[in-house]
Write a protein that binds this ligand. Structure first.
Ligand code: PLP
Length: 397
């Protein structure tokens, strides 16, 4: 597709204190793997976002700041336009990143020892945020059939009835790429409300959704759900600004908002930073939307490449197209390798730095999460290396 944006650029990110590139030795024990792991993009942050930061830097002072009216207005516009959810100014509050927000929410809304439900395989900090705060993790494992994941509603209800105080939902679900439907969200909402389980919905990937899938915020479905849900999101994944450590929460329930604010204040983390504010105001705009639509098209083409190549050359590797997120959840189990053997082959032989599936929970064993938010050239190189390394195993599998 013609696009006025050039996503083929491959910016050189080395020696920029970049987690994805400059920590390869620490993470993989090898400094030259192609890094397709941590969820940021090898796609330049859009120029209109960079320009907004440069413009602010033209002023000689970077003293204390607050988030102005336009900041909330940009979020309100984005949600109404992109997600058909009309949110109010008073429902919005800052978080210094979504993981930080989850920590604050756990401390604001639960007590030490309380049970908190997560749905593995799931984004690994969900485990640590619960455990680091002295709460008890309870697992409602997703059910997988032929690579399609669904929620075990019977088990969810059992855990909710058994006294769990909070559910941390990932929507779209990282790492399996599922965009939960209105029907699924309604079932979750009804179960949680029936048993007084607070829903904390991490929707950081909500803008990265491929048609015909459509992101729906659980809290947007009805007022009852809105009153029982704390939603976290950010412009960081969508516009590649994770280094600005800025996100936001949407809390329609005034009592919950009061508790969240108190926790934010108690930790002294509420100031945020001016660049996060300016970047969001530049991103959540019609220009941002045009750029995002082109980006999603580019990702679809990257996913096409992976699908075509794996189906043709490595049919033992199973993979379903994600409905959302730029991460692919890829199943290597047919090769019958141990997790250690698989990781070694990928890192040492193929020179590829993916996220090992087991990092998302034991049900992720034998899977890898591959980040395709990069140029087609990088995706092609990754595929060539996979084919070279794994084709000898094809005839035995
Ligand atoms: C589901 C999910 N939540 C939160 C985060 C991190 O958010 P932040 O950098 O705002 O803490 C990520 C990053 O990969 C994620 O995938």
């Amino acid at each position: 597709m013609y696009s006025k944006y050039n996503f083929d650029q491959n910016p050189d990110r080395e020696n920029t204190s970049c987690v994805k590139y400059d920590l390869r030795n620490v993470i993989f024990g090898k400094a030259d793997v192609i890094p397709m792991w941590v969820a940021d993009m090898d796609i330049p942050t859009p120029s209109f976002v960079i320009d907004s930061i440069k413009k602010r830097c033209n002023h000689p002072v970077l003293g204390y700041t607050f988030r102005d009216k336009q900041y909330n207005q940009a979020i309100i516009w984005w949600y109404s336009n992109r997600h058909q959810w009309n949110i109010k100014d008073s429902w919005i509050e800052f978080c210094p990143g979504v993981v930080s927000g989850l920590n604050h929410a756990i401390r604001a809304f639960t007590q030490p020892g309380d049970k908190i439900i997560i749905q593995p395989p799931v984004y690994h900090p969900f485990y640590s945020t619960v455990e680091n705060n002295g709460r008890k993790l309870v697992h409602n494992n997703l059910i997988e059939e032929n690579g399609i994941y669904r929620i075990n509603f019977e088990e969810l209800e059992r855990l909710a009835a058994d006294g769990a105080k909070m559910l941390i939902l990932s929507n779209p679900h990282n790492p399996v790429g599922k965009v939960w439907t209105t029907d699924e969200l309604t079932k979750i909402g009804n179960i949680c409300i029936k048993h007084n389980v607070l829903i904390v919905s991490d929707e950081i990937h909500s803008d990265l959704v491929f048609k015909p899938a459509k992101h729906v915020s659980l809290a947007s479905l009805n007022d009852n759900f809105a009153q029982h849900t704390v939603t976290f999101a950010s412009a960081s994944k969508t516009f590649n600004i994770a280094g600005l450590s800025s996100g936001f929460t949407i809390i329609p329930n005034a009592e919950l908002m009061k508790k969240y604010k108190a926790e934010l204040e108690a930790s002294g983390a509420g100031m945020g930073n001016i660049f996060g504010t300016e970047a969001l105001k530049a991103a959540f705009t019609p220009e941002g939307e045009t750029w995002l639509n082109a980006l999603l098209q580019y990702f679809q083409e990257n996913i096409d490449l992976v699908e075509l190549t794996l189906n043709k050359k490595l049919p033992s590797i199973k993979f379903n197209r994600p409905q959302g997120t730029y991460m692919l959840w890829v199943d290597f189990r047919k090769y019958g390798l141990t997790t250690k053997e698989l990781n070694e082959m990928l890192i040492q032989k193929a020179g590829l730095g993916f996220n090992a599936g087991e990092d998302f929970g034991t049900s992720g064993e034998g899977f890898q999460r591959i980040n395709i938010a990069c140029s087609k050239a990088t995706v092609n190189e990754m595929l060539q290396r996979l084919v070279k390394t794994f084709s000898p195993l094809e005839k035995h599998s």
